[in-house]
Design a protein around this ligand. Structure first.
Ligand SMILES: Cc1cc2nc3c(=O)[nH]c(=O)nc-3n(C[C@H](O)[C@H](O)[C@H](O)COP(=O)(O)O)c2cc1C
Length: 388
């Protein structure tokens, strides 16, 4: 596709949504997100009907990239490219049949909890457009693991290994489950969903479930990883880490997780830090410092690089790392990979920049590899090569 038609596609997104997304007090962010998910759900379940399949194929011909140099085999799965959809956008797996059409090499569905739950009271998702950021305190609203299983089954997607993209599932603790039995709650979800998943993630880093982040403590994390690894059908298991841990805590959790046989780490989740934006006025009339919830988007960029760099050192370059947080351009994607991430994910950047962010990132990565004379993406991981 030439750059003219690419720009037109971007213009279309900007015309349709740009105005809405540039105003913090316009249509509620969760309402917008749910409307998009409804359309995605419809398209996914009906993707084999000729009209829908034509629309999807047209869209995907603009968004997908097929560059063998971006292929990787990681924890037994073949990733067509290193860019994934981060957890939290498709919590119930309604788009599981079509995430590859958006150009993603992988998608992480969830967070899923064993019990269905409504999450925190609304409003609970806010745009902070000037800073290309968002604040959320969703609180793991989701249909529960049993319904998730059914939702995936209804979409008749291929078995792990035969899919056009890699599908991860991200698991959390149900709010009603006490912290002492959290490991059993995670285990129930994983035992049911393992056959569907290419990899699973222990989410102990969301700031919106009371006490959840205490599961990052040594004793707790050991118990959790051991319980899940003991399941006979446990898929490759990853842990998702909070950005607000001190460097010492970060080292400790990584050390323990590696000792317990974790297969990879994801950094970072949303942050309780306000990154010098404490006084920013929110649409509620309160300041950002006064609002509960986790910050995502551009302000997380620097911390995201720091954490990946640290984890790479601790894991002695041996563990696959997934970098997430504030990636919103090819340059920021490259920097995360150069810092040591084998794979990267986007959420807030994808919402603000639109679907063309995916091909823009993939094209940018391919070009950087060419400029550096790298034959494949593995050579870029941890290379520390600056963006050229
Ligand atoms: C509205 C919203 C909901 C999220 N829900 C989840 C979730 O359920 N589980 C999870 O692990 N991360 C969740 N996240 C965190 C993202 O996966 C990601 O780690 C974080 O937003 C940083 O990436 P970003 O700057 O590209 O958004 C959520 C983020 C947002 C903005």
């Amino acid at each position: 596709m030439n750059s003219n038609s690419k720009n037109k596609k971007n213009d279309l997104y900007n015309i349709l949504l740009g105005q809405l997304l540039s105003q913090d007090d316009g249509i509620d962010a969760e309402v917008l997100s749910n409307s998009a998910l409804k359309a995605i759900k419809f398209a996914s379940i009906n993707r084999n009907f000729p009209i829908i399949s034509n629309i999807l194929l047209k869209a995907s011909s603009d968004l997908k990239r097929d560059n063998k140099k971006l292929n990787q085999n990681i924890f037994g799965s073949k990733f067509k490219n290193p860019l994934g959809l981060a957890a939290g956008f498709d919590k119930n797996g309604v788009g599981a049949g079509i995430w590859d059409y958006f150009g993603f090499g992988f998608a992480e569905l969830g967070t899923i909890t064993w019990h269905a739950q409504e999450g925190n009271p609304k409003p609970r998702l806010f745009r902070i457009a000037k800073k290309k950021a968002a604040l959320n305190r969703m609180g793991f609203n989701n249909d529960g693991a049993r319904q998730f299983f059914q939702t995936i089954a209804n979409q008749k997607i291929c078995q792990p290994g035969n899919r056009p993209y890699v599908m991860g599932i991200n698991l959390g603790k149900s709010k009603i489950t006490p912290l002492e039995t959290a490991h059993e709650d995670y285990a129930l979800s994983l035992a049911l969903l393992a056959p569907l998943s290419d990899y699973a993630v222990i989410n102990v880093s969301s700031p919106n479930t009371p006490g959840l982040r205490s599961l990052q403590e040594t004793k707790q994390i050991k118990k959790l990883i051991r319980t899940l690894k003991n399941l006979y059908n446990c898929p490759p298991l990853l842990i998702k880490i909070a950005p607000d841990l001190s460097n010492e805590e970060l080292d400790e959790i990584a050390r323990v997780a590696i000792e317990e046989g974790i297969d990879g780490m994801i950094a970072i989740n949303t942050s309780l830090n306000r990154f010098n934006l404490e006084n920013l006025k929110m649409k509620t009339g309160k300041t950002l410092a006064e609002e509960d919830g986790g910050l995502s988007g551009l302000p997380l960029q620097e911390r995201g690089i720091e954490v990946i760099t640290r984890l790479r050192t601790i894991s002695k370059n041996k563990l696959p790392l997934i970098g997430v947080g504030g990636i919103n351009s090819a340059k920021s994607a490259w920097e995360r990979i150069a810092a040591g991430a084998s794979l990267i994910q986007i959420y807030t950047g994808w919402i603000f920049e639109g679907p063309t962010l995916v091909p823009n990132i993939l094209d940018g990565l391919s070009l950087q590899m060419e400029k550096n004379g790298f034959k494949n993406i593995q050579e870029a991981i941890g290379s520390k090569e600056p963006w050229k």
